[in-house]
Design a protein around this ligand. Structure first.
Ligand code: GTR
Length: 671
């Protein structure tokens, strides 16, 4: 009696082997689909996701000889080798395989390509099984789609990558490395699909020798070999060769090309930059309740506000956690800065929550500059930074975070201090101090890392016990996590003796501008909200179809949102909401949106129009809002109780922007 399985990436034509086994009298379980896969696959998929929790991935730079340079292929499976097999895993595999395991057939087996994703544990469960490792030229593998193309679906972390084929290439590489790295089963044979097709007799003889019984000869299709050749000639298709294949291709005896189509940055996702092609659109009305009734007084607003919040929570960013986490603060360092004009404090915030099986904790670090000469409590700008606290000011005392250094070491290069102060021009801390404001910042990736399947690190871990993938359609994504982190910082600020509780402005750039808006939509303690070039899924209208769109953003940055958001890709005009809902949630509090002339990706007019559309809510609540239809053409602020400017230049934050934010923040704070 023997148990046989086939290991090999999806779209490798493993069906040829499965078909051969079935035709040779091997019981392959039931039911089978037309690829001779044992189905339903769900238990196997879940088992793969459990395995993935034991996969570590270090973001950062892997030496890659092409445009993958800067992406990381540093996976480690050590924890999966060292641990006990989780019962949840074995249970699912047994359930998936129950027809096979219960069968008395002399020879039995199964095939489903996902077996490869948890192969080291399959081997531990079935050490005596016979493993057929099926290989196909990766250039042919990436031409067609497969459910394992996006490793993210199986909980495996990797960098954001633009094109579908590049995703497939990474998935191929992951599975190659996983197999290479794992202990070799004692019964193991490697078979190239091309040999099976072109040298069937010779290959079957090897297999018969390995399996110990006669195999059937199924019809084979020679045209299935080398499909990439025609594809390579087609100028409309993306590349099928990626230099990250080189090592494996040499090892498996495939020819490594010297010339090939290049660039993974080519994207097949369309982006519109033609104003004439923006469709006529109708924005869902802010003041019409879901049941069709009209909101006409401010007392009716809370009910409508709750509906707006619910739509964005369930359809776009995911729901915020319901439990309240405790916040404790530890002063790590304090000193003076900017010629004694400021007090610097570095505070470690620890968030604790008990999801039911014990307290979970997560910590991150705040950098604070506050005016030394202040009499009484001061107004504060709170904003998350992209590159680490030490990049916010050229101040030797700022502690470089080790976790972050490991997470994004490519940003730090070799020198310990590299990066210190490199974003001071974007933060202007001294300008803030001179104007009587405090600056509070934290690195966003200390709150929750920014890559697919990042939820096993960061604040998600406080609430999700076992399951660190986003399963539910409305589970919060990374923007939700960063926004929630801002609220926890606010909790802390309210405990200090220096931050004026009613004068905390939240600001953010780009994805962190989206974050600032979502944070303020949820947490009305933020007095002023400033969004800088936040663009798609931030301040700009999705229906104003220009620049980045939902299809693109949900491909590159799916982990920012809840799963439901994916359904609006290429369906902007059917959406029952738009980003003016987000802005309206901030009403009646002052809101400032700013754009940059060269930042078409963020759709500047779309940002202006969304702010204007939010006026309906502001007006209802007695505020004029933006109160103009004329989009300005320079950096001068327009607007009444809200503000807007467009500065000359690219996607960036500079002193010109800050001067406007400071002036805007001073307005409501000065009696
Ligand atoms: C871009 C993304 C934008 C914006 C930006 C950023 O690549 O497409 O939505 O958020 O990143 O955060 O820098």
């Amino acid at each position: 009696m023997s148990l046989i399985t086939i290991i090999g990436r999806g779209h490798s034509a493993t069906r040829a082997m499965s078909n051969t086994l079935a035709a040779s009298g091997v019981y392959m379980g039931e039911p089978l689909n037309k690829s001779w896969d044992l189905i339903p696959p769900n238990d196997m998929y879940d088992a793969c996701r459990i395995f993935s929790k034991y996969v570590d991935w270090t973001p950062g730079k892997s030496p890659a000889p092409d445009s993958f340079d800067g992406h990381s292929f540093n996976w480690s499976w050590q924890r999966a080798y060292d641990c006990e097999l989780p019962e949840a895993f074995t249970k699912r595999i047994k359930s998936f395989l129950h027809t096979v395991l219960e069968s008395n057939a002399e020879h039995k087996g199964w095939k489903i390509p996902e077996t490869t994703l948890c192969f080291p544990w399959i081997y531990r469960m079935f050490p005596d099984a016979k493993y057929i490792f099926w290989i196909r030229n990766p250039r042919d593998c990436v031409i067609g789609g497969h459910v394992t193309d996006d490793l993210c679906n199986f909980g495996i972390p990797y960098d954001n990558i633009f094109s579908d084929r590049a995703k497939r290439a990474v998935s191929w590489l992951y599975q190659y490395k996983l197999v290479q790295n794992a202990p070799r089963p004692k019964n193991w044979i490697e078979v190239r699909m091309e040999d099976f097709v072109l040298k069937q007799e010779e290959t079957l003889a090897r297999l018969e020798d390995f399996l110990g019984f006669k195999l059937a000869r199924i019809p084979v299709k020679p045209e299935a070999v080398g499909r990439w050749i025609e594809d390579e000639k087609d100028s409309t298709t993306d590349p099928n060769y990626f230099p990250i294949f080189e090592e494996a291709m040499r090892e498996y005896g495939y020819e490594v090309p010297t010339t090939f189509k290049s660039t993974i940055h080519q994207t097949s996702y369309p982006v519109n930059y033609d104003v004439a092609k923006i469709p006529n659109y109708i924005l869902p009305d802010l003041l019409t309740m879901n049941d069709g009734s009209t909101v006409s007084t401010s007392s009716q607003w809370p009910a409508r506000r709750a509906e707006l919040l619910d739509i964005l929570s369930t359809q776009e960013y995911g729901k915020m956690p319901e439990g309240k986490a405790d916040v404790t603060a530890e002063l790590i360092e304090a000193g003076s800065a900017f010629n004694d004009k400021a007090i610097r404090e570095q505070v470690k915030l620890t968030l604790s929550f008990n999801p039911g099986d014990g307290i979970k904790k997560h910590s991150f670090n705040l950098l604070i500059y506050r005016p030394a000469a202040a009499m009484g409590k001061v107004p504060t700008f709170l904003g998350l930074n992209f590159h680490g606290n030490h990049t916010v000011a050229n101040d030797e005392s700022i502690i470089i975070n080790e976790y972050l250094k490991a997470l994004r070491f490519n940003k730090f290069e070799t020198k310990e201090n590299k990066g210190r102060g490199t974003y001071e021009h974007s933060w202007c801390p001294e300008l803030l101090i001179d104007n009587g404001f405090a600056l509070v910042t934290a690195n966003y990736e200390e709150i929750s890392p920014d890559y697919h399947n990042c939820f096993h690190k960061g604040v998600h871990t406080l609430f999700q016990n076992e399951d660190w993938t986003q399963n539910g359609p409305d589970e919060w994504g990374a923007i939700g996590a960063w926004a929630w982190g801002c609220s926890k910082i606010m909790d802390y600020l309210l405990t200090t003796d220096w931050a004026a509780p009613d004068k905390v402005s939240i600001m953010g750039h780009s994805r962190l501008g989206k974050t600032a808006l979502w944070a303020s939509a949820n947490d009305t303690r933020f007095a002023i909200t400033i969004s800088i070039q936040s663009g798609c899924s931030g301040a700009s209208l999705a229906k104003h179809y220009y620049g980045e769109n939902i299809n693109v953003i949900t491909h590159y940055f799916r982990h920012w949102f809840c799963k439901n958001y994916n359904q609006y890709a290429d369906a902007e005009q059917d959406m029952p909401f738009d980003q003016h809902f987000l802005l309206a949630l901030i009403a009646p509090r002052p809101l400032y949106i700013s754009s940059a002339t060269k930042d078409h990706w963020a759709d500047q007019p779309g940002e202006f129009l969304a702010l204007r559309a939010a006026d309906k809510a502001y007006n209802l609540l007695g505020k004029p809002g933006l109160a103009t239809d004329t989009m300005p053409t320079d950096e001068n602020t327009v607007g009444e109780s809200n503000g807007y400017h467009i500065k000359e230049g690219p996607h960036s934050v500079t002193e010109i922007d800050w001067k406007n934010y400071i002036a805007f923040a001073k307005r409501p704070f000065t009696p």
